[in-house]
Design a protein around this ligand. Structure first.
Ligand SMILES: Cc1cc2nc3c(=O)[nH]c(=O)nc-3n(C[C@H](O)[C@H](O)[C@H](O)COP(=O)(O)O)c2cc1C
Length: 322
């Protein structure tokens, strides 16, 4: 079975992909979406969102990075897909799930799930524009306002030439609120010939097993669950291999946080780096109370060296007390 790290704009960039794939268990990642409107984007735009393209399109530990496009114009998407392929993207993924108002207003993301014919046209035009050795995949939700077109949309994508479908088991209006309707993935899987990957609301090994049972999919894509529990993919694979599941301890995570801060500081303007750590800690605190304590401790800290000093000084084998 395979596990993918979900694309997450503003959260999973090349640094987070690097950090999370080092944990093990992740078979591929997907970039944040590249928004295509009416121009052929310059290579530097692709390299900014997917620096891995300069390094064989893999993360430092060799995990492939697929490139995601978002748009509604088949021809323009096709031209950009061809460019991404030239730049080394191993797979082109198409986004039909983004719920953002500003994206949907411009006829992009989940709103396209109301137009199965357009979905078909997009996938088939993109498919025709990239070399046959490069798969074109699609990521969809179950619909926009309701699920009435879920099967039709999935079939349109598959018939258009999608090599694989990732299904986020919620509509646009259901946003990110639990539950995810995993049984709908089983209906889609039965209706299309291509492989289907289940996505949505997998936070634990038990969730994976429940999702697998309901969706009939062995393959899953993990989003927030993997950011909040960085070794979740590894835990799932350990469980499936019959090995004892050894969840990562806080003290093992501290050097990971140090590496993360160092890499973020090398990438973004200094004043933005602490925010990225706080963003991650606010998710990690679900499983690691220490992350909550650390969050409080660095809340007002603005300089990267000060944060690095706090991280370096952590008494990692003792609970943090603020
Ligand atoms: C902050 C954030 C940003 C996201 N950005 C993207 C994106 O760029 N492309 C995409 O296809 N999905 C995006 N998603 C959706 C996720 O890939 C995933 O489908 C969703 O979070 C459900 O999975 P989860 O419950 O495991 O998090 C985003 C989700 C979040 C929370």
């Amino acid at each position: 079975m395979r596990i993918a790290l979900a694309p997450m704009e503003g959260l999973v960039d090349d640094v987070m992909r690097d950090v999370l794939t080092r944990m093990g268990g992740v078979d591929w990642c997907v970039t944040e979406f590249v928004r295509v409107t009416e121009t052929l984007l310059p290579p530097k735009y692709y390299h900014r969102l997917a620096p891995e393209l300069l390094n064989g399109a893999v993360t430092a530990v060799g995990t492939p990075v697929r490139l995601q496009l978002l748009g509604s114009d088949p021809t323009c998407l096709a031209e950009n897909a061809a460019r991404a392929a030239e730049l080394g993207a191993p797979v082109i993924d198409l986004n039909f799930g983004c719920p953002a108002k500003c994206v949907n207003r411009h006829r992009g993301g989940a709103v396209l799930l109301t137009e199965p014919d357009l979905l078909h046209a997009i996938v088939s035009t993109v498919r025709a524009a990239v070399p046959s050795k490069i798969p074109v995949t699609a990521k969809m939700r179950l619909g926009y306002e309701d699920k009435s077109l879920a099967i039709e949309c999935a079939q349109a994508l598959a018939m258009g030439g999608a090599a694989e479908l990732v299904v986020h088991a919620r509509t646009k209006v259901e946003g990110y609120q639990p539950p995810a309707y995993w049984h709908w993935i089983a209906l889609i899987k039965a209706a299309v010939a291509c492989p289907v990957v289940a996505n949505g609301e997998i936070w634990t090994v038990e969730d994976y097993l429940a999702c697998r049972a309901e969706s009939g999919c062995d393959d899953v894509m993990l989003g927030r669950g993997l950011v909040a529990r960085p070794d979740l993919a590894r835990q799932i694979k350990q469980h499936l291999a019959g090995q004892p599941v050894a969840p990562m301890h806080w003290h093992e995570l501290v050097p990971v946080l140090q590496r993360f801060v160092g890499q973020v500081a090398g990438k973004v303007e200094g004043k933005h780096a602490p925010g990225r750590l706080k963003q991650w800690l606010s998710m990690l605190r679900q499983h690691y109370p220490e992350a909550g304590w650390l969050f409080e401790r660095i809340r007002a800290v603005k300089a990267v060296p000060d944060i690095q000093a706090i991280l370096a000084g952590l008494q990692v084998d003792e609970p943090l007390v603020c």
